[in-house]
Design a protein around this ligand. Structure first.
Ligand SMILES: Cc1cc2nc3c(=O)[nH]c(=O)nc-3n(C[C@H](O)[C@H](O)[C@H](O)COP(=O)(O)OP(=O)(O)OC[C@H]3O[C@@H](n4cnc5c(N)ncnc54)[C@H](O)[C@@H]3O)c2cc1C
Length: 303
């Protein structure tokens, strides 16, 4: 699963465009903004040109989940994009409209986010002037302007860690109902003979035991893979879906085999019967788990 969320910019350090004013050249009246390094002759920049300027080395762009907080996304590389709006002959003052800001080498320390895929700034309301007489670069704008930044990251590993746990919970419900039923079967008679001696009861018990054991092993495998940071997308879905189905099957059959007893108010098996259904719904429904499993088998992106 991928998640996109919008976060306010908490801090952007050193937002200065590193544009330098070049001296006038002999053959052509030089504008305030020219191409090339500072102090060298270069072609005049044309109004409408788009300039890129990296922020100073060692400067990071930080996006925090709360003002002043240390949790969020940090980008080690970023650059401004500015469109030239005015570039008179030097000496003078050139103008630019800061239209974009790109980011790379980003990391996140937000729980559940394993990777930052992209950072996109949707609008920037800043203007910049460059004075060739003083070399001053002035950025104008307001830090309360509605800058919107979209962060896209990978988060699906969180579900791959929680689905084995949810599967284990469903195994617990199935096991509880099974053990309650087993105790009754071992201590009661049916039509005058021990309940456990009836073949259809044996089949029911064997079916429940097989499914519970299989669900438990799948949950163990999915959890082991998560612990070892292995790709367990499909196995986690299998563990969760299988255990949910087992919990529903076992509690439903236990209700039937216990007969009237299970309908008594407050009976534990009746409660487990009702509890079992949610395991087919939350943390991704049974249908969604099956989509993930099938997509993995066919080489499609499961998220
Ligand atoms: C009691 C309860 C507790 C919950 N607790 C939490 C919680 O703690 N945290 C949390 O984040 N959420 C929780 N949920 C929400 C739960 O995760 C969602 O209800 C569940 O994922 C289904 O999503 P939905 O309700 O949007 O249904 P929908 O996505 O609208 O699905 C409706 C039905 O359509 C099926 N369906 C949807 N898409 C497809 C498809 N592509 N192919 C085939 N079938 C499809 C679904 O399987 C489902 O049967 C809880 C829900 C309940 C009922």
């Amino acid at each position: 699963m991928r998640a996109s969320r919008t976060a306010p910019i908490a801090a952007l350090a050193a937002l200065a465009l590193a544009l330098a004013a070049s001296p006038a050249r002999a053959d052509d009246p030089a504008s305030v903004l020219t191409t090339g390094a500072a102090g060298t002759d270069g072609a005049n920049v044309v109004v409408g040109d788009v300039l890129n300027a990296s922020v100073a080395a060692g400067t990071t762009a930080n996006f925090a989940t709360a003002a002043g907080g240390s949790t969020g996304v940090k980008c080690a590389v970023s650059a401004f994009t500015a469109t030239v709006t005015d570039n008179p002959v030097a000496p003078g003052v050139a103008g630019e409209s800061t239209t974009g800001h790109t980011f790379s080498s980003c990391t996140a320390n937000i729980f559940g986010v394993t990777k930052v895929n992209s950072v996109t700034v949707n609008n920037l309301p800043f203007g910049t002037t460059v004075d060739s007489a003083t070399g001053a670069v002035t950025v104008t704008g307001t830090d309360t302007a509605p800058i919107q930044t979209t962060l896209s990251g990978s988060t699906y590993k969180m579900l791959d860690s929680t689905r084995p746990v949810v599967g284990a919970q469903a195994v617990g419900i199935a096991r509880a109902a099974y053990e309650f039923l087993l105790e009754r079967i071992q201590s009661q008679t049916l039509h005058g003979t021990p309940m456990a001696s009836h073949q259809h009861i044996m089949f029911e018990l064997a079916e429940m035991h097989m499914e519970i054991t299989a669900s438990r092993m799948l949950a163990h495998r999915a959890a082991w893979m998560a612990d070892h940071h292995l790709d367990n997308v499909s196995v986690a879905s299998m563990a969760k879906a299988h255990a949910a189905r087992t919990a529903q099957m076992v509690t439903t059959r236990a209700m039937v085999l216990l007969g009237d007893e299970a309908l008594e108010p407050g009976h534990p098996v009746e409660k487990w019967y009702r509890d079992a259904k949610i395991y087919d719904i939350f943390e991704g429904t049974g249908q969604i788990q099956r989509r993930i499993i099938a997509k993995t088998m066919t080489g499609m992106n499961p998220t």
